[in-house]
Design a protein around this ligand. Structure first.
Ligand SMILES: [Zn+2]
Length: 128
């Protein structure tokens, strides 16, 4: 099994998001790096998803991402952008993820762990 790097070379400064514009900036930055069409980025509250990408290039990011460490939000953003190259999570998708974010699997695991933790703490319980 391949060892995943723990380093986060693209991180600068503290590992936290400033605001929605910070998220939008990251999405645009990564769109350029991945060479996909610049998405129209919308930041709003979502109940069940961290983010979504529509076929017409509209990216919606959950405001809850602002509460995550930056490197995990970045993973979510890159995941959505790579969907512009590969619609499902098959081999092609994974090879793009490896190319652009070599430690993506570690980040995904950390994100799932945080979600579990949040569920335990009943963090994510909006209204209901
Ligand atoms: Zn996906």
């Amino acid at each position: 099994m391949k060892k995943q790097s723990e380093t986060q070379p693209i991180m600068n400064g503290a590992d936290t998001w400033l605001d929605g514009d910070d998220l939008r900036w990251a999405a645009r930055h990564w769109a350029v790096r991945i060479s996909v069409k610049m998405p129209v980025v919308q930041v709003r509250r979502m109940r069940t998803k961290w983010a979504s990408m529509s076929t017409n290039g509209r990216m919606t990011l959950n405001t809850d991402l602002l509460t995550l460490p930056k490197h995990l939000g970045e993973f979510v953003i890159i995941h959505e952008l790579v969907h512009m190259l590969a619609p499902n999570h098959g081999k092609v998708f994974k090879s793009f993820m490896h190319a652009y974010l070599p430690d993506w699997q570690t980040r995904e695991k950390n994100l799932r762990e945080l979600e579990k933790q949040a569920l335990k703490n009943q963090f994510k319980k909006p209204g209901n």
